[in-house]
Design a protein around this ligand. Structure first.
Ligand SMILES: Cc1cc2nc3c(=O)[nH]c(=O)nc-3n(C[C@H](O)[C@H](O)[C@H](O)COP(=O)(O)OP(=O)(O)OC[C@H]3O[C@@H](n4cnc5c(N)ncnc54)[C@H](O)[C@@H]3O)c2cc1C
Length: 474
């Protein structure tokens, strides 16, 4: 006998039917289950989201609704603040239970606790589950229960726990979904323009079906060479699953199971990246203050420079360093950026330009389809040497060398910086060194067709070292 008469499953960053813990639990324990999604205008119009992620979410919601309709059910789309919208829906559909998966983002936790209290006060059962991460924030800790702040021991513990008690993908029987004719009229799936966002065919495409295809093609081929190819932005060497893992169009258990079933350095390295994802999630859970401040003590003393011109050049991809510019243009055009490039541009902003890493973090949030507060904050704090287990502050990427190493013949640069398309390989990462004859042949005059570097690498490096040392070595 099911325990609940009718349950609502509140879908948020888990826009899928397969391998969804809250949905599976609801279907297990209830006679009838209504999936619901809430459009919160404050969030959708707020400054912490951008067009690419909004489009990705709406596409995924549209596919989910179509799939549910195919099963004779419906995705109930509501709008407003969850604290009001959810209790209203509970009354409308006469639900006696609400199931949802935990979200570790500090703002989401405050909201979810308030929603839970108000539902419980109204006599509604609330069940929250761990789904977005493979292991919950309190499941992989040091012996004394304290959270890990260094990745390698965290990974060791994570792998041991995975070996002892793997979490297989969750399979739900989709038989008890509420029939569509029993539900009130639902809102239509919106388009990004409804919330003031542009659409683009170049942004990553959403939906559970696409996520499964991406995983399948990746594990059947590219994963074997992932350890070798993952640093080369000119080729598709990575899974491209990040927006899907962010929106939850694929479950983390499904991804882990796919990698753990394979041998070799490629699958092992990919699994490490999934562990990094869990690592930063538990960091944000245990240290919510990192949303606003650095982890490393002393880092709050770093004297950032608030330079409008440098900031503008960085955002537009006009710094004069081809690999930085190509990366920023990739982000602006496509809503995604390769991991190696994220590290390069984040290091460049916070060290070469000494601009506060939080401005870059915000910019990423507004442009990435996979913008995730935990991974983004972790990546920015790592790259700017102020986070948990960060890159040492005296390691300052040389953007020219990074370009030569990871984009040896400039294929990636040429794709996103067409001004440099005809430049000989020898100069493509340092076009300002090109002799006049080569510049004329390449039809690229530095200062006219493409900017000279906005900072000199050696000078900028020296300045960053001095500023960081002053702040951190006190
Ligand atoms: C400055 C900076 C900002 C970043 N911001 C984000 C962000 O907002 N959202 C985001 O998902 N990732 C972020 N990353 C991590 C990483 O760049 C992306 O996850 C990766 O590029 C996504 O491509 P992929 O799906 O092909 O990854 P793959 O290489 O195929 O990796 C598989 C999955 O593992 C996870 N993953 C990989 N690397 C990391 C990492 N370093 N930290 C946490 N999770 C990881 C992602 O979910 C990714 O989809 C950031 C990294 C840096 C340096």
């Amino acid at each position: 006998m099911p325990t609940y008469r009718r349950a609502i499953v509140w879908l948020r960053r888990d826009l899928r039917l397969d391998d969804n813990v809250a949905l599976a639990n609801a279907l297990d324990q209830s006679a009838d289950v209504t999936p619901a999604f809430i459009l919160d205008p404050k969030l959708l119009r707020g400054e912490r989201v951008g067009a690419a992620i909004v489009q990705f979410f709406f596409e995924s919601v549209a596919e989910l609704r179509a799939r549910l309709r195919g099963l004779g059910s419906e995705l109930l789309i509501l709008d407003g603040d969850a604290i009001e919208a959810l209790p209203r829906a509970v009354r409308n559909v006469r639900a006696d239970a609400v199931f949802f998966n935990d979200d570790y983002e500090p703002g989401a936790r405050v909201r979810d606790d308030a929603v839970e209290r108000s539902l419980r006060d109204a006599g509604v059962h609330v069940a929250r589950s761990t789904d977005h991460v493979y292991f919950g924030a309190d499941e992989v800790t040091q012996r004394d229960g304290k959270p890990y702040t260094v990745f390698t021991p965290y990974k060791r513990r994570w792998l041991a726990s995975h070996f002892e008690q793997p979490r297989p993908p969750v399979r739900a029987k989709l038989a008890r979904l509420t029939r569509r004719d029993q539900l009130p009229e639902s809102l239509p799936v919106p388009v990004p323009a409804d919330y003031g966002h542009a659409s683009s065919s170049k942004f990553p495409r959403g939906g559970e079906r696409r996520a499964k295809q991406l995983l399948q093609t990746f594990v059947r081929g590219r994963i074997d060479d992932y350890d070798r190819d993952r640093n080369l932005p000119a080729i598709e060497g990575t899974s491209l699953l990040s927006p899907h893992l962010r929106a939850g169009t694929i479950g983390i258990r499904t991804c882990v199971a796919a990698a753990a079933g394979l041998d070799g350095a490629g699958p092992r390295t990919w699994l490490d990246e999934l562990v990094w994802r869990d690592f930063y999630q538990q960091i944000v859970f245990h240290f919510p203050r990192l949303e606003r401040e650095p982890f490393v003590s002393g880092a709050e003393r770093i004297r950032w420079i608030d330079d409008g011109r440098d900031w503008d050049a960085w955002t537009r991809g006009a710094t004069g360093y081809p690999i930085v510019d190509a990366a920023m243009r990739q982000l602006n055009e496509t809503g995604w950026m390769h991991n190696r490039l994220r590290m390069i541009v984040a290091s460049f902003l916070s060290k070469h330009l000494l601009i506060d890493y939080r401005r870059g973090e915000r910019y990423f949030e507004q442009h990435l389809a996979d913008a995730d507060p935990a991974a983004n904050n972790g990546g920015w704090q790592w790259s700017s040497s102020v986070g948990t287990d960060p890159m040492p502050y005296f390691r300052i990427f040389n953007p020219t060398l990074q370009g030569k190493t990871f984009d040896p013949n400039g294929a990636f640069v040429r794709r996103y910086v067409p001004e440099l398309a005809r430049i000989p390989d020898a100069y493509v990462h340092a076009p300002w060194t090109m002799p006049p004859l080569a510049a004329a042949e390449a039809r690229c005059t530095i200062g006219r067709d493409y900017p000279p570097p906005i900072v000199d690498h050696a000078e900028a490096r020296g300045r960053a070292l001095a500023v960081y040392t002053l702040a951190l070595r006190r």
